[in-house]
Structures are given as C-alpha cells and as structure tokens.
Write a new protein. Structure first.
Length: 172
C-alpha cells in the first residue's frame, strides 16, 4: 500500500498558526461538539461522529485541495477555520469556529482574514460564501466586518442558514 501525501499549507497571523490537524487537537474538537455552542456548526456529535468529522478534515484537503485549518495559539488548538466545498453545498464556503474560552478576542476575525487572503491570492477565487445559522449574531457581525453581504434566499442545503457573500475582488 502506498501512502498519499496530503499538503495542508500553514498560514501565520499575528497571534495564530493555521495548520493541519494533529491527533492532540481531537480532545478540544470533540469537547466543542459536545457543547450547546455546536448547534451553530451542525450540532452535537457522538465520539464516533466527532472522530469521523475530524478525520475528514485532511480528507477534504486531499480531495478538494482546500479545507479546514486548526487555529493554533501557543501550541493549543482553539478552533478551526477554512475554505471547503462539500458536494451538498452550492458554493465554496469559508467558515470559522472558536472554542469556548477563546471567543470575543478577535481570533475568528484574524483567522478568517487569513483564509480569505489565501482564497483570493493562492486559490485565485473571486467569491466565497459563509453559511451562517440565522440568529448567530456573533458570526453575522463578523461577516459584516469582513465586508460580506447577506443574500435573501436561504441555500438549498439548509433553510436555517443565511448565505453571506464575500467578494474577494475588493478585499482590503
């Protein structure tokens, strides 16, 4: 059997390293998906479901050439952010999650700006969307700060979310 090398680039910001997931990150990832806050990111998951979704992160990179990065702050995973496009979603999406205890410190914005820059610069994308659960005021506010605009019609894959469009052509 031949091993396939998956290239997940590393991005650095002022306070974060956006990097490939590592086994040591799984505990924090699963804890998030055990919390009520996970409702804004697909909902609570069993241990088995969390392991599958965590293991899918490098798989998405291998198949699509994009995916989630773990947000590393001083060697600790504090969330994830990235660009992905599963087949059930119409558009290429940029999303973010910051784990409990790390909210309201600007980490999501810092990571999202890095991901948007990667999408525009490295991938040459002119448009990304963020699918945000209606009522997720923090993520809606961040999308606005990033310059995204909401669409009025819900996406076909989920009527509970609103599509926020990031125009990468004018990203500052």
């Amino acid at each position: 059997m031949t091993a396939t090398t998956i290239h997940i680039p590393t991005l650095r910001t002022g306070r974060l390293v956006l990097r490939a997931p590592q086994e040591r990150d799984f505990g924090a990832y699963h804890a998030f998906y055990q919390s009520p806050r996970s409702q804004m990111a697909g909902g609570q998951q069993s241990l088995k479901e969390s392991l599958r979704s965590f293991a899918a992160i490098p798989g998405h990179w291998a198949i699509k050439g994009v995916g989630w990065w773990m947000l590393d702050r001083c060697g600790e995973a504090i969330g994830y952010c990235g660009i992905h496009q599963p087949p059930y979603k119409a558009a290429t999406e940029m999303g973010w999650v910051v784990y409990e205890g790390f909210e309201r410190q600007g980490f999501a914005a810092e990571a999202a700006r890095a991901a948007l820059g990667y999408g525009r610069g490295t991938l040459g994308l002119s448009r990304l969307v963020s699918y945000i659960t209606v009522g997720n005021q923090r993520s809606e506010a961040l999308a606005k700060r990033l310059g995204a605009s909401p669409e009025t019609d819900p996406p076909a894959h989920s009527p509970e979310v609103r599509t926020w469009v990031h125009d990468l052509g004018g990203l500052a």
